[in-house]
Design a protein around this ligand. Sequence first.
Ligand code: PRX
Length: 655
Amino acid sequence: MSDSEPELEARLVAEESFDPPASFTEQANVADPALYDGFDAEWPECWEQAADLLDWEASYDTVLDDSQPPFFEWFTGGSLNASTNCLDRHLDDRGEEAAIEWVGEPTDEANETYTYAELHREVNEFAAALRGLGVEEDDVVTMYMPMLPELPVAMLACARIGAPHSVVFAGFSADALATRMEAADSEYLVTCDGYYRRGDALDHFEKAADGLDAVAHDVTTVVVDRLGADDHGHDLSDDHHDYDTLVADHAGATVDPVARDAEDMLFLMYTSGTTGQPKGVKHTTGGYLSWVSWTSQAVLDVKPEDTYFCSADIGWITGHSYIVYGPLALGTTTMLYEGAPDYPARDRLWEIVERYDATQLYTAPTAIRAFMKWGTEHVDAHDLSSLRLLGTVGEPINPRAWNWYYEHVGDGECPVVDTWWQTETGGMMVTTLPGVSRMKPGAAGRPLPGVDAQVVGPNGESVEPGQAGYLTVQKPWPGMLRTLYQNDERYVEEYWAEFSDTDSDDPDDWVYFPEDGAKVDEDGYITVLGRVDDVINVSGHRLGTMEIESAIVGCEGVAEAAVVGGDHEVKGEAVYAYVITEDGQPESDAFREEIVGAVEDAIGPIARPESVQFTPELPKTRSGKIMRRLLEDVANDDDLGDTSTLRNPEIVQEL
Ligand code: PRX
């Protein structure tokens, strides 16, 4: 918990709750409430049910090895390959069925269907190509690509040869790419020339090339040609490998999947934390894949014959777990949409749902708030009766948005699952089971069966129902991160130090702290209140305030800066920056623009400050710490409360 911990506000939970529709329960993958007690009684062996959803090359000896907390290991002694589980094993039954339905943004362009057989073929060919380029088992391959089908192909090709991938969100800047490649010692990059966004062809290659310039070691680069040679103006043939040529050169190649130890790394994903340096979250092959498969089945109710649509970007964890690995492990059809939800019109998503008869929609509250704002006519214009389940993730959903989603998109017939989880948890942790649980808009639900999440006070003791406290997870789970890449110490410090007895060898003394505030009601339903560290959540995207601050103070003319999250109608939170200039630096609009530009360069447009306010001082405690809570109140126009502990209370009035 940071010193500047925001106050935990009460968040609304609606009075009205809803039973799961009978039509849903009748066909649900999980419909038995006894699962909760059963999992408690059988813990940790209950998780064999998750591991049983996979094909193992060698079966495991031990479900959980907790001999060295908090370095928990799952399904030890077992080995498997993620690409075999997502592809090969479906070929007999589902070879001719769609694995991926890709929809590009331009409406005059043909969409692409990859059957399981086709996806299997291309993954093999690209895996052979990667090997040909020198990629060996355990080499980290970075991908910096938007929502193109080549992204999951590349991820699965890496998985096939046992090379962990590290996908960097395409909206991140060149600097952000370079930082992540250096941190992971990654010598391979798969990227693309560009992509379409709201009708424009965006140059992506230039950003990638700028990033590569900033990487100290040599990098072998593969470029996917999305726009066509005429459009991007780059000569890609020089230093880089063209994806299509590589795949064509390896036409028909097959690569034996490498048997990976259950605990071998499947991928790295960098995420924001309290300090400026992103954290390299390490996920493993056995535990992670079991977790995302089990939760896809139990919570998203995925069945092979479904057409499942998650509108997240694969560059974030939601896309990894619930566009690529979970759905493909279950052999279903997963949708990939390249573009914006309002291009060419505000009904684009609904048009896609209708055209493909999508059966589930998994999206973020920020998108739902935007849909609400755009008006019901866009939804009403389409037949969405194919939908059976709706989901949300990424930030708290307020009851009004929940109800809108339930009524206007689901027509009151689809359960809504509000799923709380994180990059670090690998997959869902707290949510209702759609075929079992009563839904309470605004509350995520009970922890999943077998997940021991509890809301505690500062002393680590459970709080009374209705009281705000800290969300914790008291027992390990298979999908958990194993460490931060090459930084075990920071792993312990960031996630376990707060509520654990860190000298203890007893696993029961170790408590995971996700840095979220929460409260729980009489029925055990958890309402997540938001982060209690210096991480803000802009449109469901996790950003570290320190990362943004360090970009701002990097600007010549800036003496000091503080960044906080302020409420925003659609984005949930927006970035507010308070800046002290150096003497002689004009506080002009031009300088404001320069600051905004510096943030975009360091992180990307998602971190762009909503406002940059110049100030002669920042509110500070007597010990010299910036009082972010007060800046948040200023950003939100809230009552400022007690300012008497400040060294400089007058500055707050000025702000
Ligand atoms: O604050 C919580 C919020 O998103 C954070 C995790 O962000 P990230 O690692 O980027 O993963 C996002 C997608 C899983 C959490 O610490 N969060 C996520 N889901 C919810 C949520 N807050 C409230 N309700 C949720 N359903």
